[in-house]
Design a binder for this molecule. Structure first.
Ligand code: ADP
Ligand code: MG
Length: 393
């Protein structure tokens, strides 16, 4: 029982090239990659203009392709999508004929980016193959990595206009309007701007990014996929967003970022009990994320680990987005000596946990989880990786 070593980027690229040759009968001319991510701490804070601390993973979405001159776009994914076709074809959008979301659903993430792409000139058609080592729907943000890979690919066909940071917003907009997911900005930012050997402290209000070193060879980040995804997640996410917004509004603030614990206690009467609990998670989580970034900067892993556990408990009890499987995975990880902290990561209701631990206990932790977890867990041990890149062919 070994951790699934993240696929080497080179192998992924070779797979995409081979699929392109099979599908389109020629070598691709362009290749890009964009990573998935894990959020170390700062959960459900991004859409509250708060702080997050993710790192990019050695798991990637790779896109290879070739421009074509007839104004058509043909996309193929190598991933399985239940009953959906893997190939789709449509025309480059125009002012008269914009793209709209439709079927297959997986292509909407790409269509959305193409539609919103701020091209500095005419965008040509193209053929492209997408392949990924980020688990789809596992909470490691395959969706943002697909959007960012698409954006980075389009930049090779026609430069974009606007600031670098607005790339993340275009990708976020694509997910909102084409995939119907009202996500925050974290996933797109980290997939674009991730830095090898660093986590990024991202201020989702100012969009300032501070790299925090994470390269100690004695420390590892273990991601454990619960391999469950409760359907509640997609319906509860917009409800949580709405509860946070109404809590901020009731307190007379623009967002929960502008609220501290004192404001919250003073304004408690203005909130419903649920709004109060949701706000207490967000306000305390923003504080924890700030403290965690400082702890990581000074290699204080004990403090970092304690903050991770507090984050998990707050997500479980106040924000109510955990589930028995995630709670069990956290408990099992914490029972092994050498583990500093563990918590659910991502939206919740399934997906993954993230654990900070001494590198030499990783095998023991995985073994223990595999023996005791009531489901089937899969593992990823990943260093902090760089963001999106153009890959030489
Ligand atoms: P997560 O981002 O946590 O992986 P989401 O539900 O947000 O989960 O996004 C997963 C969806 O993104 C998939 O169901 C699919 O529609 C799309 N997607 C991601 N990666 C790919 C890919 N390589 N090929 C096709 N679709 C993909
Ligand atoms: Mg996603």
């Amino acid at each position: 029982m070994a951790a699934t070593r993240p696929s080497e980027g080179a192998a992924l690229l070779a797979e995409a090239r081979a699929a392109f040759r099979r599908e389109f009968g020629s070598e691709p001319a362009l290749a890009v990659s964009a990573p998935g991510r894990v959020n170390l701490i700062g959960e459900h804070t991004d859409y509250n203009a708060g702080l997050v601390l993710p790192m990019a993973l050695e798991l990637w979405t790779v896109l290879v392709g070739m421009p074509r001159s007839d104004g058509h776009i043909s996309l193929l994914t190598t991933s399985e999508h239940a009953d959906e076709p893997k190939r789709v074809e449509f025309s480059v959008p125009t002012a008269e004929k914009p793209l709209e979301p439709g079927l297959p659903r997986w292509a909407n993430y790409m269509k959305g980016v193409i539609q919103h792409y701020p091209a500095a000139g005419p965008l040509p058609g193209f053929n492209a193959v997408v392949t990924s080592s980020v688990p789809l729907g596992g909470g490691l943000s395959s969706s943002a990595s697909l959007e960012v890979a698409t954006y980075t690919f389009l930049q090779q066909l026609c430069p974009d206009s606007g600031a670098a940071i607005s790339r993340a917003m275009v990708c976020q907009q694509a997910e909102h309007s084409f995939a119907g997911v009202p996500c925050g900005i974290m996933d797109q930012l980290i997939s674009l701007f991730g830095q090898k050997d660093h986590a990024l402290l991202i201020d989702c209000r100012s969009l300032e990014i501070h790299p925090v070193p994470l390269s100690d060879p004695g420390i590892a980040v273990l991601i454990t996929n619960s391999n469950v995804k409760h359907s509640l997640g997609s319906s509860q996410y917009p409800i949580r967003r709405q509860q946070c917004e109404s809590a901020a509004k009731a307190l007379g603030k623009k967002s929960l970022r502008d609220v501290d614990m004192k404001d919250l206690e003073i304004g408690k009467e203005l909130l419903t009990n649920l709004e109060y609990l949701r706000a207490r998670h967000v306000v305390s989580e923003i504080q924890r994320t700030s403290e965690a970034a400082a702890a990581l900067s000074s290699s204080n892993y004990l403090v970092f680990g304690r903050l991770m556990v507090e984050s998990h408990n707050s997500l479980r009890d106040d924000f109510e987005v955990s589930c028995p499987e995630l709670d069990q995975l956290v408990m099992l990880a914490l029972s092994v000596p050498g583990v500093y902290g563990s918590r659910m990561t991502g939206g919740g209701f399934g997906g993954c946990t993230v654990t900070l631990l001494e590198a030499d206990v990783a095998t023991r932790v995985m073994q223990h989880i595999q023996e005791q977890y009531k489901g089937t867990a899969t593992f990823y041990l990943s260093k902090a990786a760089d963001g999106a890149k153009v890959q030489p062919l």
